[in-house]
Design a binder for this molecule. Structure first.
Ligand SMILES: [Zn+2]
Length: 307
């Protein structure tokens, strides 16, 4: 969190500090520097809230998900004491490549001035995708941000967003009216549904109450012949297996036969007795398991196969 500009009190305080600095110069150093910070303590102000409408959020995510190059867009923003509401996303004329977005100034201005005043005045957000890269602004980005912010009227605000395909998102709010710059750590982003009291965060918190982690049951070697658990891995087309030691599935493609056999043995608690295991599996009928409408059996390698 930073101040946009130092106010008179800040300037006076900085001058006092500078005077003190001048009277205590280090005689052994030829060059000495004095720093002025615009930083505000993180808890001085509450975090700023950016709310996307569901429409705006889905548009933004769809745009990023379906575009393999960088791409930029504007947001229609409304601001009140509750937060900054991004009600829609619009895509401006641009030329995109893997790592850059350029705009033809004439074409862009023509596009921009075609909007009615009530929309034009709400175009207060620029976002762009970093595709699969991190969401830290590049030198080009910060130069663009500086140039945009320099044009803001003294009671104006502007939001910048960088996101990527994995959903990482950084936002900055330059609020000149409040004299505050909110950095990503000072901002909470959420999505509102049609009912404005319902947000994506509230919804996910609510639904997670009925979702229980079951990994422990899969991981515990003490669980004997846990077939329903086993079948879940067969269900993903044998791409993964569970090694029985950690709760992370391992790709079959990278596994040696021995590793897979060990894993299956460990998981079922029968790893030390492969001979017995094998004989049992020869009789398919004894190992057929029904899960819903599907039937499964265990083949000679101990792998669950859907019939
Ligand atoms: Zn960028």
């Amino acid at each position: 969190m930073r101040k946009f500009m130092l106010d008179e009190t800040d300037k006076e305080a900085a001058l006092e500090n500078f005077k003190a600095f001048l009277t205590s110069l280090d005689p052994t150093q030829q060059k000495q520097s004095f720093e002025v910070t615009t930083k505000i303590g993180a808890n001085t102000l509450p975090k700023a809230k950016i709310f996307f409408t569901a429409k705006a959020y889905i548009k933004m995510r769809s745009l990023v998900d379906t575009t393999s190059s960088e791409i930029g867009w504007h947001g229609i923003v409304e601001h009140n004491e509750s937060g900054y509401f991004i009600t829609d996303i619009i895509v401006y004329p641009q030329e995109v490549s893997g790592v850059t977005v350029t705009t033809d100034e004439t074409e862009y201005m023509k596009w921009l001035y075609d909007f009615e005043d009530d929309v034009f005045n709400k175009i207060r957000m620029q976002g762009h995708s970093h595709v699969n890269m991190g969401v830290t602004p590049s030198g080009v980005d910060t130069t663009f941000y500086d140039a945009t912010v320099a044009q803001l009227a003294k009671d104006d605000y502007y939001i910048f967003i960088i996101t990527n395909k994995s959903g990482s998102t950084n936002a900055w709010i330059y609020d000149k009216a409040q004299n505050v710059i909110y950095d990503p750590e000072d901002i909470v982003i959420d999505v509102i549904f049609l009912n404005p009291t319902q947000t994506a965060t509230k919804w996910t918190e609510e639904v997670k109450k009925v979702v229980k982690a079951k990994y422990a049951a899969y991981a515990a070697p003490a669980v004997k012949a846990n077939y329903p658990a086993k079948s879940k891995y067969a269900d993903v087309d044998k791409e993964y297996y569970f090694d029985g030691y950690s709760d992370t599935m391992k790709p079959y493609a990278n596994a040696t036969d021995e590793a897979i056999m060990n894993a299956l043995g460990n998981r079922s608690g029968r790893g030390k007795n492969k001979g017995k295991n094998k004989n049992k599996n020869k009789n398919k009928n004894t190992d057929i398991i029904e899960l819903g409408e599907d039937k499964w059996y265990t083949n000679e390698n101990g792998v669950m196969i859907k019939i």
